[in-house]
Design a protein around this ligand. Structure first.
Ligand SMILES: Cc1cc2nc3c(=O)[nH]c(=O)nc-3n(C[C@H](O)[C@H](O)[C@H](O)COP(=O)(O)OP(=O)(O)OC[C@H]3O[C@@H](n4cnc5c(N)ncnc54)[C@H](O)[C@@H]3O)c2cc1C
Length: 324
């Protein structure tokens, strides 16, 4: 018996969500008195994989065959199933994201497992196995009992958090035969080299106070200066107005984020927005209204017009970066 975690990487760099998944798996493994095995698929160096040691994995399986270079849900789910069999894993953990939504249900069928997507906490009990998930677009919580002996869980990103628990571990090469493909990826076109709002360490987020989509260039510039771990986010009305894509929408009905630094520019700080950002380590707000609720949730605040403050902030960030 063990808990298996499918860890994800971005161009060979482990995604932040992988550390959270290991932390989550470790908690479940402790509840079940068993161990955690992490499975990495794709070109990830041992040095990069060693970062997983910090979060409580007991073993790492590294599958880096050329056959798995491109993401193919059929091949990936097969490999995860094989890893689950070889590790005698009866709990398999995924992130609740686009990639894992294509593979977790397949793995669950192969394992004849009970599947719960969108989990937000560790199981409240393991006998019976009951776990809480979000329901009705995040407006409610559902407690789900899994009756099958095998369980597949997908965790909402930033719902559980990252917990350190360093252990000495070995990285083992894992191999698995490819099934004949039913479909084939012909081409992958990347939209941008930027991280998703869920993985970014720094978010430069804008609200209706920016007045129009063009002014979001000020936030794009800030994110560019701050480097590849920074990206732009927005409020729901901004996405609804189509000023920005919905993939950047943060909050109760959008993504729940936990960056190290969150800039809230022209954002009022409605409760539904705060629901998605309160795990940010540092929050900096820029708003013309000194009474905006956003300031109450912030560590630093600038009272001023975003269109005047942002160019000055960008200049200061540029100088800081050049001298760093
Ligand atoms: C069921 C439900 C779910 C929701 N889910 C979400 C969600 O997931 N995420 C979310 O964000 N919202 C959500 N909302 C909407 C939420 O209630 C707020 O309406 C929304 O967050 C407000 O967005 P905003 O701050 O961009 O706009 P506004 O509330 O219009 O605020 C604009 C802010 O900009 C400031 N400002 C104006 N001019 C300037 C300037 N020149 N420079 C600097 N500041 C300026 C203003 O003082 C104001 O504080 C939800 C609402 C409901 C009912």
């Amino acid at each position: 018996m063990s808990v298996l975690v499918y860890t994800e990487n971005w161009d060979g760099q482990l995604k932040k969500l992988s550390f959270e998944l290991i932390s989550y798996a470790q908690t479940i493994a402790t509840q079940l008195s068993t161990s955690v095995t992490a499975l990495s698929i794709g070109e990830v160096t041992d040095h990069e994989l060693s970062k997983l040691f910090t979060y409580g994995t007991d073993k790492i399986l590294n599958l880096k065959s050329e056959d798995y270079k491109e993401f193919n849900p059929q091949h990936y789910s097969n490999a995860i199933f094989e890893a689950a069999k070889s590790e005698q894993a009866n709990v398999v953990i995924f992130a609740n994201n686009i990639r894992s939504r294509a593979i977790a249900p397949r793995v669950s069928i192969k394992l004849d497992a009970g599947f719960v997507s969108g989990c937000v906490a560790a199981p409240e009990s393991t006998e019976p196995f009951i776990v809480t998930k979000k329901a009705y677009s995040g407006k409610a919580f559902a407690r789900v009992q899994v009756n099958k002996s095998n369980k597949v869980l997908s965790l909402n990103q930033n719902a559980f958090g990252i917990k350190e628990n360093t252990k000495p571990v070995n990285i083992e090469v894992f191999d698995c035969n490819i099934e004949p493909s039913k479909s084939k990826v012909i081409e992958v076109k990347k939209n941008s080299g930027k991280m998703s709002v869920l993985d970014a360490e720094i978010l430069v987020s804008g609200g209706r106070g920016l007045k129009n989509p063009e002014n979001f260039n000020l936030l794009e510039n800030a994110s560019e200066i701050l480097g590849p771990t920074a990206t732009v986010a927005c409020t729901k009305p901004v996405a609804d107005l189509e000023w920005r894509p919905h993939s950047e929408h943060v909050g109760q009905t959008g993504k729940v984020v936990a960056p190290n630094l969150y800039f809230a520019v022209g954002i009022s700080g409605a409760i539904q927005h705060l629901a998605g950002i309160t795990s940010s380590k540092i929050i900096v707000s820029i708003n013309t209204d000194k009474d905006a609720p956003m300031f109450e949730a912030s560590d630093y605040g600038i009272i001023g017009d975003a269109m005047e403050v942002m160019p000055k902030l960008n200049e200061a960030l540029k100088t800081f970066k050049e001298n760093a």
